[in-house]
Design a protein around this ligand. Structure first.
Ligand code: ZN
Length: 373
């Protein structure tokens, strides 16, 4: 019995191994390569537990983040909205952070102390992360609370400006109060993605006002249910390009606006960070010409967890595709390129339709390779 089980298990493991080649996110952990000069940190910087209006204990947020292969999270409990406080009385607003920190101690996951400043519009809901004491943030005045956050060294961002409960038409719009906060250097970023929503208008606000582009899960229940992870979905995250794997380096990256948001298989960010992350994710593995043909066989590998939809911008046409090529997460795809004659080097230009660098605009990337045969 024992022997046959071993045989059975080795059969399955061999079989699994054989299938990994065209793994469309067989692995759950999110993968993004580093870019030249920077480490790519996968961060979810807005979430809740029972210590505000979430449904889980902080250790579950840590477990979910580890499953997703994240590098950093922040439990941003509402300071002012405490619906569970009769059942779970806690005078200390830092408690959720402390429990998560303890849970993550034997792992690489970084825990960033944060809080959600929860107000009517304006200024609506805003997060302050990298704070040192959440209790000191219990301040009534909506501007003064930002000043306290800044005294603690915080990075602040406007949460869900597209939220219909605070903005009926879902159109993110800068208010006088936000303009004042930006002018006084009290507001650093804006969520272009929150939970299941994306906002073109928020992206425009970020670009026009030099704010950091953010995307977060704002999870209250379970990541797997909300973002349909078993069905192939993923939570929104912010990729922060950091100089090293530390909390201070993440803060420095956020302050200098080095972010790209990953949401629903879309990448959203400033061109200067979007192009490097896509070019690091998509690599030409080989270029070969068959013996009796001048159609190049080009192998392109997608080393990221994002799917890419590419629009052909070359003078060459493609042999198996029209002008659209979709490369799934983790997939290596072979495309035929009609180069008309045998080249020694190839440069392929694609507009990336699944990436957004400004409202209704997509970046163009160049993939380079040398012909090996
Ligand atoms: Zn929230």
């Amino acid at each position: 019995m024992r022997v046959s089980l071993v045989v059975l298990f080795s059969f399955f493991s061999l079989n699994t191994f054989a299938q990994t080649d065209h793994s469309h996110r067989l692995e759950r952990a999110l993968r993004f390569p580093d870019i030249p000069g920077f480490t790519t940190m996968k961060c979810d910087l807005h979430m809740h537990t029972v210590f505000s209006d979430g449904s889980v204990w902080p250790d579950i947020r840590v477990a979910e983040a580890l499953w997703d292969g994240l590098d950093a999270i922040s439990l941003t409990e509402h300071l002012e909205y405490q619906p569970h406080k009769d059942d779970i009385p806690h005078p200390d607003r830092n408690r959720s952070y402390e429990l998560a920190l303890k849970e993550a101690k034997d792992h690489k996951l970084l825990i960033i102390r944060g809080s959600e400043i929860t107000r009517k519009m304006p200024p609506g809901h805003n997060n302050a992360i990298f704070i040192t004491d959440a209790n000191k943030m219990l301040i009534k005045d909506s501007i003064e609370v930002f000043r306290e956050a800044k005294r603690q060294g915080a990075f602040t961002f406007w949460n869900h400006p597209m939220w219909t409960a605070q903005r009926r038409d879902g159109v993110s719009t800068l208010t006088d109060v936000h303009q004042l906060l930006i002018k006084e250097k009290l507001l650093d970023g804006i969520e272009v993605v929150n939970d299941l929503n994306y906002s073109d208008e928020a992206l425009k606000i970020a670009l026009d006002n030099n704010l950091t582009i953010m995307g977060t899960s704002d999870i209250h229940k379970l990541i797997d249910h909300q973002f349909r992870v078993p069905q192939g979905g993923h939570r929104p995250i912010t990729l922060v390009f950091a100089k090293e794997r530390t909390i201070d380096a993440i803060k420095e990256g956020l302050q200098n606006r080095r972010t790209v948001v990953f949401f629903n298989n879309l990448l959203i960010g400033r061109e200067e960070w979007l192009v490097p992350i896509i070019e690091a994710s998509l690599k030409i593995k080989s270029i070969k010409y068959p013996e009796r043909s001048d159609v190049a066989t080009v192998e392109i590998e997608n080393g990221s967890s994002s799917e890419f939809i590419l629009l052909n911008k070359n003078s060459f046409t493609l042999h198996e595709h029209a002008d659209i090529v979709t490369i799934k997460a983790g997939e290596t795809m072979t495309i035929g390129v009609k180069t008309l004659r045998r080249l020694t080097n190839l440069e392929l230009k694609f507009e990336v339709l699944s990436a957004i660098n400004a409202p209704q605009r997509h970046p163009t990337i160049t993939l380079k390779g040398t012909v090996t045969q």
